[in-house]
Design a protein around this ligand. Structure first.
Ligand SMILES: C[S@@+](CC[C@H](N)C(=O)[O-])C[C@H]1O[C@@H](n2cnc3c(N)ncnc32)[C@H](O)[C@@H]1O
Length: 210
């Protein structure tokens, strides 16, 4: 067992450096679920809950869990929408391996940088994209929001959490409002400073790409 709070805080100081992020989560993968759960981490539950609002029960479609980590989102979504074929990608092979072990994913790929994945010429588009805990300080900046929307097909939905401190620093609420004003997204649901971890909240959005 590790000092869970030190782990969660340390993850914010990785400066977006891929090698450091990958090494950090390699070393944390085995304890991650225990640690974040004991810190009251509810983001996977809320993101999966928002995504379920976008998918009628018993609908089979392909969805992407971007930055899937150990697969907490997949486990939550699987309880609500078992027919959804969820595909996970993550920078950390060790975290992705754990997601695969959950059995909640149709496919999982580790060693994948989300920004490169979205920017690739042959990048896939999904009717549903979920992203929990990955758009955060030290990981991916606000450009991650555009990358996630690029991966979402028109009329598809994006369910995302952004740690509140990071959301304020990077101006997520203003960016989401701007995208809505420009007619690029519809804000289906918005939760501002909602529960995330015991030591801080997050903003959550369910967006429909127009
Ligand atoms: C706090 S964990 C969240 C994992 C999971 N979504 C959850 O809510 O439990 C952040 C994850 O983002 C991944 N990550 C960080 N930067 C990334 C990037 N550029 N591309 C893909 N995954 C990334 C990390 O490897 C880690 O698994």
């Amino acid at each position: 067992m590790t000092d869970s709070s030190a782990h969660a805080d340390g993850a914010l100081r990785l400066d977006g450096d891929h090698e450091r992020i990958a090494a950090y989560y390699r070393d944390w993968a085995a304890d991650y679920d225990h640690d974040v759960m004991s810190e009251g981490y509810v983001s996977p539950m809320i993101v999966a809950g928002l995504a379920a609002l976008a998918v009628p029960a018993e609908t089979g479609l392909d969805a992407l869990d971007a930055g899937c980590g150990t697969g907490l989102v997949g486990r939550m979504l699987g309880q609500r929408r078992p027919e959804v074929r969820l595909h996970g990608v993550d920078l950390s092979p060790e975290m992705a391996e754990r997601a695969e072990e959950t059995g909640a994913y149709a496919s999982v790929a580790g060693g994948v940088d989300l920004l490169d994945y979205a920017a690739a010429e042959d990048s896939p588009h999904f009717p549903l994209v979920l992203c929990s805990g990955t758009l955060t300080l030290g990981h991916i900046g606000i450009e991650g929001l555009d990358a996630l929307l690029d991966l979402t097909e028109p009329e598809g939905h994006l369910a995302v959490s952004v740690r509140r401190t990071h959301s304020l620093e990077d101006g997520y609420p203003a960016r989401v409002a701007q995208l809505a004003e420009q007619g690029l997204v519809e804000i289906v649901s918005e939760l501002i400073n909602a529960p995330y971890l015991e030591n801080g909240g997050a903003d959550y959005w369910l967006l429909r790409r127009l």
